[in-house]
Design a protein around this ligand. Sequence first.
Ligand SMILES: [Zn+2]
Length: 271
Amino acid sequence: MVFHRYSFKRPAGWTKKKLSRLVALSPQDPTYIQLEKHFQDGWTHPKKPKPQVHAIFEIVLTEESLVAFLRYRALVEISRVPKHANEQLLFHGTSRSCSLGDEKTRTQLCKMAGCLLCSVIRNSFDVSKCGEYHSIVAFKSLLTCLTGKRHKFRRFGTGIYTTACSSKADDYFIGVPDSPFRAVLVNRVVVGNPLIRQYNAEEITELPFGYHSVVGVPGADLNYGETVVYNNDAIRPAYLIVYAADVPPEVHVADLRSILSTLFKTPVAAS
Ligand SMILES: [Zn+2]
């Protein structure tokens, strides 16, 4: 699924001096509606309830960044028959140390070293930082905090990892504890000719001639698909989707009442 609205459309009044790279989309905007559907359709983990989308932002790229991406895309395009770059909109989850996007007016990127989300929005992806971008899943993030060691497993080697499965990208999101929201990036990815893999191949550092990406398909080593590119200019962040972090709190309250009632064999009054 590819959207043809380019992310370099700058809103009126936007200047390079302003640090904000995010423009909130209206829920009535056709792009918002398409992206929300894309996000919900991609939420395929059966045990993870579908979250409610809170806000969607368009990411404004610098001209330099956009030109480098378009140049790479054009090269892939002319190398394929038929001439098509096979660009796809894919999800990526990472860590957020600030509350970017929690409110529609919170669009200023932070400068905290651990905030990879702001770093990607500011400078796009960097293969050399692959271990940081794709290093941590929920439980292992706790180990990372405790031990200071990052998880270095890279299923398909040193590349930039994305997925069509929003609920899988969500696994890689790490936020601040006081925020009720989570966030994933939606990226324009030049997939070109994909090398299809069912099994892990951590040794990959570059692709065989004629290929532009690795697509891992479920069935053997993977439960959910992923797409990896190895060139910084093969990908640009395009949108940020912010969504509710968990089931509504009243469910927890109801569960708590039920537990207390069972423990003490007496009904607990509703507050
Ligand atoms: Zn930040």
